[in-house]
Design a protein around this ligand. Sequence first.
Ligand code: PMP
Length: 416
Amino acid sequence: MRIFENLESEVRGYIRSFPTIFEKSKGAILTDEQGEEFIDFFAGAGTLNYGHNNEHVQEALMEYLKKDGVVHGLDMATTAKKEFIQTFDELILKPRNLEYKLQFTGPTGANVVETALKLARLIKGRSNIVAFTNGYHGLSQGALAVTGNNEYRDESYISRCNATFMPYDGYFGEVNTLEYFRKFLEDGSSGVDLPAAVILETIQGEGGINVVSKEWLQELETICKEFDILLIVDDIQVGNGRTGEFFSFEFAGINPDMVTLSKSIGGGLPMALLLFRPELDQWKQGEHTGTFRGNNLAFVASKVCLENYWQSDDLSNAVFYKEKILKEKLQEIAKKYEDEYTIDVRGRGLAYGFEVKEDKSIASEISEYAFKENLICETCGSQNQVVKFLPPLTISEDLLNEGLQRFENAVDKLFK
Ligand code: PMP
């Protein structure tokens, strides 16, 4: 189906997956030009944790614009920036006893990943970065070099000499994959250069909703400390409350050297932020700048989301509560078809995957059937073999149940 005659490349993924033109959006609902309403279980791949056109964001932005708040300030200090930094410190860092400096980068996830890798290499004076199988960190050259999916990379001739891949938790089933990593590091002649940093997601969002265990994450932190390697957690997709806690690594009690944030940190507007330990601030004056580093409208949107959702535990508790509904329903559907298929349901918080082990192409078909039921569900995994669930964290219980019912209808129609 052609959506925009000659105007946009037809290979653009989401146009292919969701063949309609969306006109409006509110909360967990997207409405197309024909007035059809879709429940959104994709939420901009974790960008809309607070829902489309969140009312607090809408109000704050309109008020800010009306009073001629600074929209673009390049690197100048602005009131919006000051207030965001204070709020982030007060509501996110201090209660968690985290001490980080903040660096605003270009607004995309890839921009902040590039910044983290550059800073790590600069500090350690080493070029190798260890990344993990099936990880995703963005498609610009440096970020792509640490993205564990050949399909994105091979045709681009991206150099891999500055990245080494290690097996992620669960890659070899029950085997503790960190034993390999440790052995390579101990054996100085293994061919794996001592890395400047390790970068990972605690739940691989694009890579198939693969989840690391608490013990694995703690052991990784220990190895990094032992071998003087910086630990970077990429929380672009599953941070910002997706797992119920603000940072996805909190459940393991680890303390990464750097954290990358983007997507929902801007309350739906483009923003990316690198957090790093204060002693890692070894940038020279003007060494890493850029025109759209820090966007004042995103500061306003972000601040209002932090104030409305992170002053209390209400959002966290709501995520844990809704996780139970999501997980139980997906498990119930998996059970219904257990004689025909082995279906793996996995995830944490409101990031879940549904994988039919016998047939890798079935996930895309489920997504198409779901679209016909007016439900938006993307696929993920190296072969798009996993249906992914990332509803806005603010979705109402009724809409969550309704969306899950539509998902079941789609699966029933396809499987029966
Ligand atoms: N890291 C992770 C974990 C991501 O999920 C993504 C985007 N899906 C990126 C980095 C790259 O972000 P962007 O697409 O904004 O460059």
